[in-house]
Write a protein that binds this ligand. Structure first.
Ligand SMILES: [Zn+2]
Length: 134
């Protein structure tokens, strides 16, 4: 698929840290892991790769300094922002008949990578609800 010009590869040394991608809220850019980016550039990218782009595109809708600070400082805000993005991602994956490793995301959201946005049980329940509704 043809990718918009604001979608960039993650600079080499950060690839190991981000197996999927990230969207810095202060820039109008989406950075994707090279493996995901290469798959998206093919004619038939995997639904999981497309869903990662959808997730990051949802983050891109809300940018700016205030949002960045709230995301960094407030676990509640961080969780809300991530759930918004996962919702879009889940709707797409379900429409393609795909599965998703919810426990893995719940572990990430409740761990250091997302600065402990919620405890594991709560994150898992919220994600399961999202998947049900998707
Ligand atoms: Zn996210």
């Amino acid at each position: 698929m043809k990718l918009p010009s604001h979608v960039k590869p993650i600079p080499g040394f950060l690839n190991w840290l981000y197996p999927k991608g990230f969207t810095p809220f202060l820039l109008n850019k989406i950075y994707l892991n090279n493996r995901i980016l290469r798959d998206l550039e093919t004619e038939n990218p995997k639904p999981h790769s497309v869903s990662i782009l959808i997730h990051e595109q949802e983050h891109l809708k809300r940018r700016g300094l205030t949002h960045s600070l709230k995301y960094a400082l407030l676990p509640k805000h961080r969780l809300k922002e991530e759930l918004r993005a996962y919702k879009k991602q889940f709707v797409y994956l379900k429409s393609k008949g795909e599965e998703y490793d919810i426990e893995n995301v719940a572990r990430k959201l409740s761990g250091p990578f997302y600065l402990f946005a919620a405890d594991y049980k709560r994150a898992k329940k919220l994600l399961e609800d999202l998947w049900q509704q998707a």
